[in-house]
Design a protein around this ligand. Structure first.
Ligand code: ASP
Length: 306
C-alpha cells in the first residue's frame, strides 16, 4: 500500500474564487508526487510535491512566500526520512527557488540537521542553487496593505501577540505547504513556508523544527501548518506520530493532535496531514480552511478539499 497526501496551508481563504484555484494547486502537486511514488521513493515524491507547491505563487512557500515586517523573504523548510531518522532543514533562507531541495541537501551532504540564514544561503550556492527572488507582485501589494492597516492603528507586530493578530487579520496566516508519503518501505515528511506575514526579523516557525512542524519515523509521518509557535510548544508533528505508535491510525492521530492544539491554544491555530506505515492517510484542522489532496493505491484520481 502506497500513499501520499499534501496540504496547502491552514487558515481562512477569504475569496471564494481562490478556493478552486487552491484545490487545483494541491491536486497538481499530489499527482506530481504520486508519479514519483509509483516509479521511485517517498523521498522523491515528497520533494517533488513540495517543489510543485513552492513553484505555484498561490502558496506561501518558495515563489509567493510572504514578507517579514521589514519586507524581506525568510523561508523555512524541512524534510525527514522515517526509516533512518535522517533529517535536513533550512531556516530564514532567501534567494533560492526551492528551499525543500536545499533542506534535502542538508540531510544528504552534511551531518547537520538545520542551517540558518546566511549560512543556509551560502551552503545553497556552494551546492549550485542559483540566485532567485521569490517575491511576487501580489505579495508585495498585500504586504503594503497589511502594513498600512497595522500602522494606521498604531500597531506593530513587535508587541502584538500573533494569535490576537490572526483573529483580526486572518490573512497573516496563509498557505504553507507540506507533503507526507509512504512508498511501502518508508514514510517521509516535508514542509516548506515563507512563515507568517509581517513576522519579526529572525523569527523561525515550526516548519524547520524537527518534531515541531515536520516529523517522520518508522510508524508515521506528519506535516503541520498554522501558528508555528503552537506546533513547536506541543512538539506536534512528533506527538502525532506518538499517537500512531499507541495504536491510532493516521486519521485518528491527526484528529488527536489537533484536539491537543485546540485544548491548549484554542481554535484557528493548527492543521496537520499524516500518513502511517500501513498506508493510511489522515488530515485535520481547527481553522476554517486547510487545502489538502491525497492519493492511495486503488484511487484513479486525487481526493481534495479545503
Ligand atoms: N506554520 C507556519 C509558520 O508558523 C505558517 C503556516 O503554516 O501558515 O511559520
Amino acid at each position: 500500500m502506497v500513499a501520499i497526501i499534501v496540504h496547502g496551508g491552514a487558515g481562512t481563504i477569504r475569496k471564494e474564487e481562490r478556493i478552486s484555484q487552491v484545490i487545483d494547486g494541491v491536486k497538481e502537486a499530489v499527482l506530481a508526487g504520486w508519479h514519483e511514488l509509483r516509479g521511485g521513493s517517498a523521498l522523491d515524491a515528497v520533494e517533488e510535491a513540495v517543489k510543485v507547491l513552492e513553484d505555484n505563487p498561490l502558496f506561501n512557500a518558495g515563489t509567493g512566500s510572504v514578507l517579514t515586517l521589514g519586507g524581506k523573504v525568510e523561508m523555512d523548510a524541512a524534510i525527514m526520512r522515517g526509516k533512518t531518522l535522517e533529517a535536513g532543514a533550512v531556516a530564514g533562507i532567501w534567494g533560492v527557488k526551492n528551499p525543500i531541495s536545499v533542506a534535502r541537501k542538508v540531510m544528504e551532504k552534511t551531518d547537520h540537521v538545520l542551517l540558518i540564514g546566511e549560512g543556509a544561503v551560502k551552503f545553497a550556492r556552494l551546492l549550485g542553487f542559483s540566485g532567485y527572488d521569490p517575491r511576487t507582485e501580489e505579495r508585495l501589494n498585500q504586504w503594503e496593505e497589511l502594513r498600512r492597516r497595522l500602522l494606521e492603528k498604531g500597531e506593530t507586530r513587535h508587541w502584538r501577540k500573533l494569535n490576537e493578530l490572526i483573529k483580526e487579520y486572518p490573512e497573516v496566516l496563509r498557505s504553507t505547504v507540506g507533503a507526507v508519503a509512504f512508498d511501502g518501505e518508508e514514510v517521509v515528511a516535508g514542509t516548506s513556508t515563507g512563515g507568517v506575514f509581517l513576522k519579526m526579523f529572525g523569527r523561525v516557525g515550526d516548519t524547520p523544527i524537527i518534531g515541531g512542524g515536520t516529523y517522520a519515523n518508522e510508524v508515521a509521518g506528519a506535516s503541520c501548518t498554522g501558528l508555528g509557535e503552537v506546533a513547536i510548544k506541543l512538539a506536534l508533528a512528533k506527538s502525532a506520530t506518538d499517537f500512531v505508535r499507541l495504536g491510532m491510525d493516521a486519521q485518528a492521530a491527526s484528529e488527536a493532535a489537533i484536539n491537543l492544539a485546540t485544548k491548549y491554544f484554542g481554535k484557528d491555530t493548527m492543521g496537520i496531514i499524516m500518513v502511517d506505515s500501513k498506508g493510511n492517510v489522515g488530515f485535520a484542522k481547527n481553522t476554517r480552511h486547510m487545502s489538502y489532496a491525497f492519493m492511495r493505491d486503488g484511487m484513479e484520481k486525487p481526493e481534495a478539499g479545503v
